[in-house]
Design a protein around this ligand. Structure first.
Ligand code: AHR
Length: 501
């Protein structure tokens, strides 16, 4: 058994927990929309064709904001194809995922779904094949109250009230060669800046996200951000970050330390943005929208590429196991730790496509393993994020060198007095005895609830037949005594402990 320790103090705050950290992503890709959120023939479908079982799971997941409609899909998308009478909407090719888009679901349907799910919309604009005018048009359709052509079109289409969308992504991953309308940083930076300025002249309150790199392994990582921000710094509020993780060549040790890389991505993007700010003599501090992150077995993508033109094919429907769930819990710890700069994040994606929720057409919906750490973190992280500096053992990884065995973050809700600790044990073989000194919280804290996700079989997963094979269980050996919290963390585990006064 290993041991680790840290101290919590209510005075050592990072920033408030941003609800937008618990965002998700619905892309017109595979079966995320069709037979995911929308399936009019499904037994649980409501009058608008939305699966009620998926809506319920979305609410249970605790999602706050949903990025829509892509992803790579958006870079060839014409938003106006998806409005008006459904029978008149065109079927189009989606070049990003080599499939057919029927446009049965468009922005009006998605906004209706978002209202039912109780989530904010983060709208991604097509700056791949389109430009300033089309961005202004969709903004007018979404947000202008009345009298203009596109506001009246929205009203005629059944939505008299503007949607009031605040957050817009200025394109998607335009640094990537695979992106339709891929651009150089100069080309993209100019277009993003002009689009942002024009949109803001109509609605100064918008929150605009410039595209950062599509991943830290891109050869242009950081240089892309620097060049784009030199052109957009004053016009935007956020720079985006994307990161996906998987165990490469069976290297579980490195995979379990994926959050080390996420920390590095955030630190690098913050450093780059701040250096541009300093150069421009600006006091403004940009925030990060980590609007695509997850575990994704990307190495399997090529083999599963579509060759037919089909509607809603099964694309990247990764089935997640226990280790994946522990990594997802750890990535959320990393995002929370950076709450001073990362104030929006979207797990990619919500349903079927690398998703916490899986469905079968006409059949059940169930929670994948990764659903659980997300839902618990979204429910329990409240108030202020506290700085946590764990002391404990380290282990060697091939990808990231020496990595800490435990990683943790905590939140403190001053109003209720509650403290929640989120902690992972990355060791594959050893349990960890954790000791947390609750300095400055007084003596009255007790364990209100505690959950651990772990299993002797790290490859165990949830399926349609066994939807609850992997669930969080009450944590063992958790106690508070004399202002000290003690817990035993099993090997490869994610744990959440809520303490109440
Ligand atoms: O989420 C899947 C894809 O990953 C998105 O479409 C794209 O933006 C990213 O590369």
């Amino acid at each position: 058994m290993l041991s680790a320790t840290f101290t919590l103090d209510p005075a050592f705050t990072v920033a408030p927990v941003s609800r937008r950290t618990f965002g998700s992503f619905v892309e017109h890709m595979g079966r995320c929309v069709y037979t995911g959120i929308y399936e009019p023939s499904h037994p649980t479908a409501d009058a608008d064709g939305f699966r009620r079982d998926v809506l319920e799971l979305t609410r249970e997941l605790g999602v706050s904001i949903v990025r829509y409609p892509g992803g790579n899909f958006v870079s060839g998308y014409r938003w106006e194809d998806g409005v008006g009478p459904v029978a008149d909407r065109p079927v189009r090719r989606d070049l990003a995922w080599h499939s057919l888009e029927t446009n049965e679901v468009g922005i009006d349907e998605f906004a209706r779904w978002a209202g039912k799910a109780g989530v904010e919309i983060m709208y991604a604009l097509n700056l791949g094949t389109r430009g300033v005018q089309e961005a202004l048009d969709v903004q007018e359709y979404l947000n202008h109250p009345d009298r203009t052509r596109l506001a009246e079109l929205r009203r005629a289409n059944g939505s008299p009230e503007p949607y009031g969308v605040r957050m817009f992504c200025l394109g998607n991953e335009l640094d990537g060669e695979w992106q339709t309308g891929h651009k150089t940083a100069q080309e993209y930076g100019r277009l993003a800046a002009e689009t942002a300025r024009a949109m803001r002249s109509a609605e100064p309150w918008l929150e605009l996200v410039a595209c950062g790199s599509s991943g830290s392994s891109m050869p242009t990582f950081a240089a892309w951000e620097a060049e784009v921000l030199e052109l957009t710094y004053d016009a935007v509020d956020y720079i985006s970050a994307h990161a996906y993780y998987e165990p490469l060549d069976g290297d579980l040790d490195s995979f379990l330390a994926s959050a080390v890389d996420m920390d590095h991505v955030v630190d690098s993007v913050v450093a780059t943005a701040d250096s541009v700010g300093a150069k421009l003599k600006s006091r403004k501090r940009l925030k990060i929208s980590f609007d695509e992150w997850n575990v994704w077995y990307q190495s399997r993508l090529e083999a599963s590429r579509e060759t037919e033109w089909r509607v809603a094919p099964r694309v990247i429907e990764d089935c997640y196991n226990v280790a994946d769930a522990v990594v997802v819990g750890n990535l959320l710890i990393s995002l929370l730790r950076h709450s001073d700069r990362v104030t929006a994040a979207c797990q990619a994606q919500l349903v079927n496509v690398i998703a916490p929720i899986r469905t079968e057409p006409g059949g059940p919906a169930w929670r994948q393993t990764i659903f659980h750490p997300f839902a618990l973190t979204a429910r329990l992280a409240r108030g202020e994020v506290l700085r946590v500096e764990p002391r404990g053992p380290v282990y060697e990884t091939a990808r990231y060198g020496e990595a800490p065995v435990i990683d943790a973050v905590a939140t403190h809700d001053a109003e209720s007095g509650e403290v929640t600790v989120f902690v992972v044990n990355r060791s594959r073989t050893e349990g960890v005895e954790l000791t947390v000194a609750l300095t400055g919280f007084g003596a009255g804290l007790r364990v209100a609830e505690s959950w651990t996700l772990a299993d002797d079989d790290l490859s165990a997963a949830n399926t349609a037949d066994q939807p609850d094979r992997v669930v969080p269980r009450p944590a063992e050996s958790v106690a508070v005594d004399g202002g000290v919290l003690r817990a035993t963390l099993p090997p490869v585990s994610w744990t959440a402990i809520r303490l109440a006064a």
